[in-house]
Design a protein around this ligand. Structure first.
Ligand code: SF4
Ligand code: SF4
Length: 448
């Protein structure tokens, strides 16, 4: 009974039924679904919280997990704002549908092109600022002096049409030296002042380095939350499972980025890997398997998905709705999928675009995507993608062979990929002499 009563207060900030014990989830959902049906049948539709009404009617709702430091109840699905749709109306539709669906954690960054401004404008226009938690990030590599902190922060407030940030990240720390550099510039005093005035509510960092450094970094400051890359493809990569557990033990909220490895775990799996999942449970899509693996771990607070359409949002909301704890048999399925996947996935690029722009205008992530695709879905599909992404059939192609080895991209890559070397592999696979001749002929035909 208590579950039913608590579910009536599922709105962020009111619900005291925080699901940090995954075993409670199934019971919680069943109880609420039954109660909602009774309300619906007896005409009390309006009494059902908005979060559960949209997209699939009255039965839709969100799971919240507690940020133990602040007491905030964060939606376990967060909206990553790096890949907004091109169409602003579609972006607005998606953001409003996400809020209606109970998503209350929105993650953007200073360096995401036009993301803060778009999010801020839509929230202000629809008067939704107070309904959600905004997370954004200080661009660490661009901070050369103490005055830069205020410069970027004030611009972020302006772009976001707000006078406070709920979750402020130091963006993309890769080791303790990065943090020490900021300490020397006076970041700790600056954050203390911002917290005193209420302009920054909570402070954390996003991380792309090795696990040992991550654990040292946890002790280097009174962090309240952190963001790590984590997915089933490699649970020991970067901070990994050990880092996740260390942060959770400290009581920090842990936000997960790249849960789908740049979409690869949703739509880029080799057919044999998809077959393994389908055989285990034909009702779950590969993206569900990836998200459920994360939600199955109580140390995970929010899983960010970089959503680029309302359709993707709907799929993700459906995934939350259907989530239940995984059985031991289901957990063993991941091992088989990883085995198949490892044999076909060659370059671990997540498509984050941090390496861009390249001075030679090479679309680095697209080159790697085409390369991986050629092993996963076949050479012809990979080649077609390569020709498109390098504008190979135009008079001004952006071939990986144009790379002048300047190394700028590698300094920005959170995955520490040997980009220059990997581009040589791409060129070797797609731009050997017979293929260059074929593309030259194609180009002539198209230029006529
Ligand atoms: S090393 Fe090559 S790919 Fe990287 S930024 Fe320089 S020119 Fe571009
Ligand atoms: S090469 Fe590195 S920085 Fe560039 S998109 Fe891939 S993972 Fe991101």
């Amino acid at each position: 009974m208590c579950h039913i009563i608590r579910c009536l207060h599922i709105k962020p900030g009111f619900c005291d039924c925080v699901l940090n014990d995954v075993q409670k989830v199934t019971h919680h959902k069943q109880s609420f679904a039954k109660f909602s049906k009774i309300l619906y049948i007896f005409g009390f539709y309006y009494k059902i919280p908005a979060e559960i009404k949209i997209l699939e009617g009255w039965s839709f709702y969100m799971i919240y997990r507690e940020d133990k430091v602040s007491g905030n109840k964060l939606s376990t699905l967060g909206l990553g704002c790096m890949r907004f749709p091109f169409d602003k109306k579609e972006t607005e539709r998606m953001i409003l549908a996400a809020i209606e669906g109970g998503v209350n954690f929105f993650d953007t960054a200073y360096i995401y092109p036009n993301s803060e401004a778009t999010l801020g404008e839509i929230l202000a226009k629809n008067n939704k600022r107070k309904d959600i938690y905004i997370a954004t990030k200080l661009p660490l590599p661009m901070c050369k002096s103490a005055s830069d902190f205020d410069k970027f922060f004030n611009e972020q407030l302006r772009r976001l049409h707000t006078d406070y940030i709920d979750y402020y990240f130091i963006h993309n720390i890769s080791d303790c030296a990065d943090w020490e550099k900021l300490q020397k510039l006076g970041i700790e005093q600056w954050v203390a002042e911002k917290k005193k005035t209420g302009q920054i509510r909570h402070i954390g960092f996003s991380y792309h380095g090795v696990c040992d450094e991550f654990i040292r970094l946890l002790d280097a400051y009174a962090w309240e939350f952190c963001m790590i890359q984590y997915n089933y493809y490699d649970e020991n990569y970067q901070a990994g499972k050990k880092g996740l557990q260390a942060a959770a033990e400290k009581g920090m909220a842990v936000i997960i980025m790249e849960p789908l490895l740049g979409g690869t775990l949703a739509t880029g799996l080799p057919k044999q890997a998809v077959d393994v999942f389908v055989k285990a449970n034909p009702d779950l899509a590969p993206a569900d398997w990836a998200l459920w693996w994360l939600w199955n771990q109580s140390e995970v607070t929010v899983v960010l998905s970089g959503m680029s359409s309302t359709q993707i949002l709907e799929n993700n909301l459906r995934s939350v709705k259907n989530f239940r704890p995984l059985s031991d048999t289901e957990l063993s399925v991941y091992t088989d999928v990883i085995d198949v996947f490892r044999k076909s996935y060659k370059i671990n690029c997540t498509g984050c675009n941090y390496c861009l722009p390249c001075p030679k205008m090479i679309n680095i992530p697209a080159c790697f995507s085409a390369y991986n695709m050629s092993y996963i879905k076949g050479y012809v599909k990979g080649m077609a993608l390569h020709v498109t992404s390098t504008a190979g059939a135009t008079s001004n192609p952006k071939s990986p062979r144009l790379c002048n080895q300047c190394g700028k991209c590698e300094k920005q890559c959170p995955q520490k990929l040997p980009i220059r070397n990997d581009l040589k592999k791409v060129a070797g696979r797609f731009e050997h002499l017979p293929m260059r001749m074929a593309i030259a002929i194609l180009r002539r035909i198209m230029m006529r």
